[in-house]
Write a protein that binds this ligand. Structure first.
Ligand code: SF4
Ligand code: SF4
Length: 387
C-alpha cells in the first residue's frame, strides 16, 4: 500500500488545538506514564511520531486518540513541553472532522466565529418558528392541555424528527470510523464473531466511563471528581434526551408533578448543572492540565449546556407556580438553545459520547485479532468442540 505523506499535517492540526508537536524528541516519558498505553497502543508517543512524519493515513486509521481520556499526566511529564495530551485531544477533533461527510465539523473546529454564527442563526430561526407557530395556533397564556401555546404532541414529533437527523449523521460518522479503523482501511483482518464477543464493552464504556476513573488511580488525589463530573454530565444528558424523546407529554402536563417521570428529570438536571458548572469553573481557573487550553468549541458546548439546564429548571418552576406566560417565554428560549446544541452534536465534541465507547470496543476487538494473528490462531469462526 502506498504511504500517504502530508507534510502540512502539523500546521493543519494547529487549527484543531495542537501547537507544540514539533518540540517532541521521542523520549517516551508520556507513554510510560499514560495509564492506558499498552503493548498494542503506544500512545501518545506514536501519534506524535506519525504527526512529525506526516503519516496522515496512519493517523486516520488509528484508534489511539480514542483511548485517551485527557487526564493530562503525559503533558505534566513531558520534558519538552510538547503537550501530548492536548495533541491527542486535537487529534480527536481532527478525526471527527474526517469521519464527517458534510465538512461542517472541519468548518466549526477551524473557526469558532463560524460555529458561533451558525448557533446564533439556528437559535433565531428556532425562536421565530416556535413563536410564530405558538401565536398562530394557541394562547401564550396557556402552557398545557387544549389551546396550549406549544402543544406537547407537536413538540414530541419535532423532537423525534430532530433525533432522527442527529442519529443519521452520528450513524454515518460511526460507519466511517469503523471503515477507516477496522474495515476497508485496516491492515488487520477482523473475524466477525469477535465483534459479537466484545459487544458488551459498548454499553459498559458508555455508561461507566470507567477508563476515566482509572486515570485517577494513577494520581495521588484519588478523589475521582473529574470522573464523577464527567459521568454526571454524560448520564444527565442521556437521561434528559431519553425522557424528552419519549415522555415529553408527561413532562409538559401539569400542574401536578408526575413523579415517575419528573424524578428522572430532576436527577438529569442536577447532573447537567453540576457537571457544567464544575467544568466551566475548571476552564476558567485552569486548575488542571486538561483545562489549560480550551478550544472555542469546548466553551460553546459547556455554555449552551448550562443555559439548557438552567432554562429547563426555570421553565419547570414557572409552570408549577402558575406563571404560564413566563413559562412559555422561557420555554421558547430553552428550545432556542436546545435545537442548535443538538444539531451541532455530530460535528463537534459532543460526538465523543458515541465515538469514544466505539473506539474502546473496536480497540478490544482489534487487540484480540492481533493476538490471535501473532500466535497463529485461526481467525475464522471457532470450531465447535465435538463431544
Ligand atoms: S511528547 Fe514529550 S514525553 Fe512524549 S515522547 Fe515527546 S518529548 Fe517525550
Ligand atoms: S492525557 Fe492521559 S490518557 Fe491521554 S495520552 Fe496523556 S496520559 Fe494518556
Amino acid at each position: 500500500m502506498a504511504i500517504r505523506v502530508n507534510p502540512k499535517i502539523i500546521d493543519d492540526l494547529e487549527g484543531y488545538g495542537a501547537e507544540d508537536v514539533q518540540l517532541c524528541y521521542h523520549c517516551g516519558n508520556c507513554s510510560a506514564v499514560c495509564p492506558h498505553a499498552d503493548e498494542f497502543n503506544v500512545f501518545p508517543r506514536r501519534p506524535m511520531r506519525y504527526l512529525q512524519m506526516g503519516l496522515e493515513r496512519k493517523l486516520e486509521t488509528s484508534l489511539e486518540p480514542w483511548l485517551c481520556y485527557y487526564c493530562g499526566q503525559c503533558s505534566d511529564q513531558c520534558p519538552r513541553g510538547a503537550e501530548p495530551g492536548e495533541t491527542m485531544m486535537s487529534l480527536r477533533r481532527w478525526l471527527i472532522s474526517r469521519y464527517d461527510i458534510t465538512g461542517i465539523a472541519r468548518l466549526f473546529f477551524k473557526s469558532t466565529k463560524v460555529e458561533l454564527a451558525a448557533v446564533i442563526i439556528v437559535a433565531l430561526l428556532t425562536g421565530i418558528f416556535f413563536l410564530g407557530f405558538g401565536l398562530w395556533q394557541g394562547d401564550i397564556n396557556v402552557y398545557d392541555g387544549s389551546n396550549a401555546f406549544l402543544p406537547s404532541s407537536f413538540i414530541h414529533n419535532f423532537d423525534l424528527a430532530l433525533g432522527f437527523l442527529v442519529a443519521l449523521f452520528i450513524g454515518l460518522s460511526a460507519f466511517r470510523f469503523w471503515w477507516f479503523s477496522m474495515g476497508g482501511k485496516s491492515a488487520v483482518p477482523i473475524p466477525w464473531w469477535l465483534y459479537i464477543k466484545k459487544v458488551y464493552l459498548l454499553p459498559w464504556h458508555f455508561f461507566t466511563q470507567k477508563r476515566f476513573a482509572d486515570c485517577e488511580k494513577e494520581t495521588t488525589r484519588r478523589i475521582y471528581l473529574p470522573w464523577l463530573a464527567h459521568l454526571g454530565l454524560m448520564l444527565g444528558y442521556v437521561t434528559m434526551l431519553f425522557i424528552v424523546m419519549v415522555f415529553v407529554k408527561q413532562l409538559q402536563a401539569g400542574p401536578e408533578i408526575n413523579w415517575s417521570v419528573h424524578v428522572f428529570g430532576y436527577l438529569a438536571s442536577l447532573g447537567l448543572l453540576i457537571g457544567a458548572v464544575y467544568m466551566l469553573r475548571g476552564r476558567l481557573k485552569k486548575n488542571r492540565t486538561q483545562y489549560q487550553r480550551s478550544h472555542g468549541s469546548d466553551w460553546i458546548f459547556l455554555v449552551l449546556l448550562f443555559i439548557i439546564a438552567l432554562t429547563g429548571v426555570t421553565q419547570h418552576i414557572l409552570h408549577r407556580s402558575g406563571l404560564l406566560l413566563a413559562a412559555n417565554i422561557v420555554y421558547i428560549v430553552h428550545l432556542m438553545v436546545v435545537v442548535p446544541w443538538l444539531l451541532r452534536m455530530p460535528f463537534t465534541k459532543w460526538a465523543h459520547m458515541f465515538l469514544r465507547p466505539l473506539g474502546m470496543y473496536f480497540s478490544a476487538v482489534r487487540n484480540e485479532a492481533l493476538t490471535r494473528q501473532r500466535s497463529g490462531i485461526e481467525t475464522t469462526v471457532p470450531a465447535r468442540k465435538v463431544a
